[in-house]
Design a protein around this ligand. Structure first.
Ligand code: KG4
Ligand code: ZN
Length: 350
C-alpha cells in the first residue's frame, strides 16, 4: 500500500515539491516561482527554466519533508511529471525522481501534468476540501498558459476531451495582450488587476467560435484584433484607455470560456463543473462562473490558487492513486513534450 507520496513538478517554470497521501491530503507543498528570471525576456526561456529547476529542486525536497514532519521512512513512492512540458525542464524532475527511487528503493511513476490539473479539486488541507458530494463525473475546464481544453472526467484514467483551443491558450492570450499594451510579464494577473478599474463594454473584441456547435475555442483572432487596435491607436491613446481595454479584452475571453462550459453542461447533462489551471485565478472569470453556477444550479468547484496553478500536490495525488492501482514506471521512462496518445480520448469533431 502506497500511503505517502513525494511528488515533483518541473514541467514549465515553477519548481514544486509536495508530500501528499492517497486520500488527497496535502502534508506539504513548496514551490519556487521563476517569474523574476523570465521577466526581462517577456516570456519563458526554456534553458533558464531548466537551470533554475536544477538549482531549486533539492532544497525544495528537503523543505517539503521538513514542513510535513516526515522523513524518508514515511515516504512510500515518488510521483513526477513526465509529460507534457518543456523537455529540458521535465528532464530535471525526472532524473531526480529516478535517482531518489534507485537510492531509496522506492517505486516511482511518471504523471501526465494535465491529469493532475483535472484531479486537483480532490486535494485537501486544513483550509480547503471539496464539497462532500463532489464526485465523478464532472466537466473540467483546464485553462493555463499552455493549455485550454474542456474535459469530461468519468473517473481515474477515464477522460474525454470535448473541446480545445485551435490556436492560442487563454493564458497565452492574456500574456500576449499584456505585452502589447506594456503591462509586462506575467501578464494575466496584471490584466486582471487593471481591468478592475475598467469598463468591459468599452470595446467589442471578437469572440471567435462562440456560436459554433463544437466546444472548440480560438483566441488568435482576438489577439490580432487587439494588435491592430494598439497599432492604430499608438502608445498614448492605449495608456489613456488602458483599464477599459483590459476589461474589454478580458471579457471576451471570459465570455468564450463560460459560454462553452455552460453549453457543455447542458449537452452532457452534467452539473458538476471545475475550473483549473493558472487562468482560473482570474477574478472576473471566478465571479462570473460563480454567478452562472448559482443561476443554473451547477456545483462549481474552483480549487484554491495553490492547487490551480502548477503544483506538485496534484501530481502526487494522481501518482498515489495510480501506484495503488499497481501502475509504476521503470527506468526507461522518458520525458515527452506532448501527451501520450492514450492519455485522453478525443471526442472532438474533426
Ligand atoms: O497553470 P499555470 O500556472 O502555468 C501553466 O501555464 O501551466 O498558468 C499560467 C497562466 C499564465 O498565462 C498567466 O498569465 C495566467 O495563467 N494567469 C492569469 C491570472 N493569473 C495567472 N490569467 C488571467 N488572470 C489572472 N489573474
Ligand atoms: Zn499547468
Amino acid at each position: 500500500m502506497i500511503e505517502n507520496v513525494l511528488a515533483i513538478e518541473t514541467s514549465c517554470d515553477d519548481t514544486s515539491v509536495a508530500i501528499v497521501d492517497k486520500s488527497g491530503w496535502v502534508h506539504s507543498v513548496v514551490s519556487a516561482s521563476q517569474d523574476l528570471a523570465h521577466e526581462p525576456y517577456g516570456g519563458i526561456v526554456p534553458e533558464i527554466a531548466s537551470r533554475n529547476h536544477s538549482l531549486a529542486l533539492l532544497p525544495l525536497i528537503e523543505e517539503a519533508l521538513k514542513k510535513s514532519n516526515k522523513t524518508w521512512k514515511d515516504i512510500h513512492g515518488i510521483a513526477v511529471t513526465n509529460r507534457p512540458g518543456l523537455i529540458g525542464a521535465l528532464i530535471v524532475g525526472l532524473v531526480t525522481a529516478k535517482t531518489i527511487s534507485q537510492i531509496r528503493g522506492l517505486p516511482y511513476i511518471g504523471v501526465n501534468h494535465l491529469e493532475g490539473h483535472l484531479l486537483a479539486p480532490f486535494l485537501r488541507d486544513s483550509t480547503f476540501s471539496p464539497p462532500p458530494d463532489f464526485d465523478y463525473p464532472y466537466l473540467g475546464l483546464a485553462i493555463s498558459g499552455g493549455h485550454t481544453s474542456l474535459y469530461l472526467i468519468h473517473g481515474l484514467g477515464r477522460y474525454e476531451v470535448i473541446g480545445a483551443t485551435k490556436d492560442d491558450a487563454a493564458g497565452e492570450a492574456f500574456d500576449k495582450f499584456a505585452k502589447m499594451v506594456g503591462l509586462g510579464f506575467p501578464g494575466g494577473v496584471r490584466v486582471d488587476q487593471e481591468s478592475k478599474k475598467g469598463n468591459e463594454k468599452f470595446h467589442d473584441f471578437p469572440r471567435s467560435l462562440i456560436h459554433e456547435e463544437s466546444f472548440d475555442m480560438s483566441f488568435s483572432g482576438l489577439k490580432s484584433s487587439a494588435q491592430r487596435l494598439v497599432d492604430e491607436w499608438g502608445k498614448e491613446k492605449v495608456q489613456l484607455h488602458l483599464s477599459d481595454l483590459c476589461a474589454s479584452y478580458q471579457e471576451a475571453i471570459v465570455d468564450v470560456l463560460l459560454h462553452k462550459l455552460d453549453r457543455a453542461a447542458k449537452h452532457y447533462k452534467i452539473k458538476k463543473l471545475i475550473l483549473t489551471g493558472g487562468v482560473s485565478a482570474n477574478s472576473r472569470l471566478r465571479d462570473r462562473a460563480m454567478e452562472m453556477a448559482q443561476k443554473k444550479s451547477y456545483q462549481l468547484v474552483i480549487p484554491p490558487l495553490r492547487y490551480c496553478t502548477d503544483n506538485a500536490a496534484m501530481i502526487g495525488y494522481v501518482g498515489a492513486l495510480r501506484m495503488n492501482r499497481g501502475e509504476f514506471s521503470d527506468m526507461n521512462l522518458g520525458p515527452s513534450p506532448q501527451l501520450w496518445p492514450d492519455d485522453f480520448k478525443d471526442l472532438r469533431q474533426k
